[in-house]
Design a protein around this ligand. Structure first.
Ligand SMILES: [Zn+2]
Length: 263
């Protein structure tokens, strides 16, 4: 009898447990979105075997690594639901520490070498970019990434990073419908206006911040502001990225801002 009572008591406890531990997931909040907001592109600045070794065995990592051999290999080194360590201190449009909210793609490319005649950058083979585009397309479709949140390391950390560099063909990503791109007729038209009256430094700083960059708002062409201009120019006007504000840069910036849809 004692045994039976004890059994009934335990059964009661267990059923009580079962009811309180059950979580009701039948109501879903309307205010929610994917944790992954950004795709960040990098170059590794080292060869393929070394890239694979460093990104899989050391304190830095990326979700994906796109090689430079033929056929172009792609490795997934970190699950997309987990964080990889590719961005470091980084900011875009008020977001910071973008490792937490991004997918990182490292692309094997040696970066640049400094020669007697100046800095030389290594080109990206078209087949490698084909794979990058396919990968970015797939990720952005699955996570509904906004086009203006597909960025380079130099966009989110312009004071310390310059990858994926001026030879990375961002235009090809734009042609694939992945990122915003300045409209050339609009740029030509706006340029003629800005050539007669170049906007002040403060104007550039405000517009660059509006676009997403973290940039001083002090009206001075200081090193930090020049670094942001270099990042912007090397992406959208790679034939000249001297960090100097000019009419074409102003026109490109305006054209891009016109394409960003408000949230
Ligand atoms: Zn990087």
């Amino acid at each position: 009898m004692k045994k039976l009572v004890a059994f009934a008591f335990i059964a009661l406890l267990l059923s009580g447990c079962a009811t309180t531990s059950k979580i009701d997931a039948s109501i879903s909040a309307v205010s929610q979105e994917d944790r992954i907001q950004f795709i960040i592109l990098h170059y590794t600045a080292i060869d393929q075997p070394t890239s694979l070794k460093v990104l899989s065995q050391q304190g830095v990592s990326s979700h994906y690594l796109v090689g430079d051999q033929n056929p172009v290999p792609v490795w997934q080194l970190v699950d997309e639901q987990r964080m990889s360590y590719h961005a470091g201190l980084s900011e875009w449009k008020g977001y910071s520490r973008l490792n937490a909210s991004s997918i990182g793609i490292e692309i094997v490319n040696l970066g640049y070498k400094d020669t007697a005649t100046g800095r030389e950058y290594f080109p990206f083979p078209p087949a490698q970019i084909d794979r990058v585009i396919a990968l970015v397309k797939d990720i952005s479709a699955r996570h509904q990434i906004r086009p203006e949140y597909i960025l380079g390391h130099s966009d989110i950390a312009p004071q310390r990073k310059s990858d994926p560099g001026p030879l990375f063909p961002w235009k090809r990503l734009a042609d694939a419908g992945l990122i915003p791109w300045p409209v050339s007729e609009e740029v030509i038209q706006r340029m003629s206006v800005y050539e007669t009256q170049l906007p002040e430094i403060k104007w550039f700083q405000e517009k660059l911040m509006q676009y997403g960059y973290t940039v001083p708002q002090n009206g001075l062409l200081d090193t930090a502001t020049r670094n942001v201009l270099i990042a912007f120019q090397s992406k959208y006007r790679s034939e000249k990225f001297d960090g100097q504000p000019d009419a074409q840069t102003a026109a490109i910036l305006e054209s891009l801002l016109g394409q960003i849809k408000p949230r």
